[in-house]
Design a protein around this ligand. Structure first.
Ligand SMILES: Cc1cc2nc3c(=O)[nH]c(=O)nc-3n(C[C@H](O)[C@H](O)[C@H](O)COP(=O)(O)O)c2cc1C
Length: 190
């Protein structure tokens, strides 16, 4: 598959099968993805990995803690919360990605942007190996008990969780906005 095809064919995978994800593969893909991002400095990122049923369960408890405790949670039937928990717990592996804030806002933004680039390369390299994933930044998971649970430090930003799994069928892609509609020519004379 050539690069343009790979970029266009990759899809977010929201429904994966039960085939286990090898930790060695995840490490290999992270190393390769990081090496494709020259602006990514060594200390600019780290990941927390959940790749066993026990650690997945713990992670999902952290993810859904706010929902379970909130007013909204009280209105959600227990069964629905259990269904949601099971949906995430059944996913074989999860990569929580953190970027370093650094000395100032600009450094923090640069690190964050470089880490996002690395994550996209990771998604593409995974796709090449048949590994699907969904990048999760849902607001409901972004709360103190989740950050504490995964060990995010004060000097770090949460970039997202990549939920990983093999899949039986890839979804169809959505229509994209043509680039011309995002295009403005800056007027002016030399
Ligand atoms: C920075 C970023 C954050 C995302 N956060 C979420 C999310 O919180 N929930 C979700 O369902 N998908 C999330 N996604 C996945 C997008 O919804 C998905 O990429 C988009 O629907 C396009 O689909 P595709 O990846 O198949 O091309 C995120 C993607 C990116 C790049």
């Amino acid at each position: 598959m050539n690069l343009a095809e790979l970029i266009m064919d990759r899809r977010s995978i929201r429904k994966c099968n039960a085939k286990p994800v090898e930790q060695e593969l995840v490490v290999e893909l992270l190393i390769d993805a990081a090496s494709l991002q020259p602006s990514l400095k060594d200390g600019a990122w780290r990941v927390v990995y959940a790749g066993t049923p026990e650690s997945s369960k713990r992670l999902v408890d952290y993810m859904l803690a706010q929902m379970a405790e909130s007013k909204l949670g009280k209105w959600i039937p227990g069964k629905l919360l259990d269904v949601l928990k099971k949906r995430f717990t059944d996913i074989p592996a999860h990569v929580i990605v953190l970027s370093a804030k650094g000395q100032d806002r600009l450094t923090s933004d640069r690190n964050y942007a470089a880490v996002c680039g690395m994550m996209q390369s990771f998604q593409l390299l995974g796709w090449e190996r048949g590994l699907g994933m969904i990048w999760d930044t849902e607001s409901i998971i972004q709360h103190e008990s989740f950050f504490e649970g995964v060990g995010k430090r004060e000097d770090e930003r949460f970039v997202g969780i990549l939920h990983l799994g093999y899949f039986d069928k890839a979804p169809r892609g959505r229509k994209r906005t043509p680039a011309e509609r995002k295009w403005t020519i800056l007027q002016g004379s030399a």
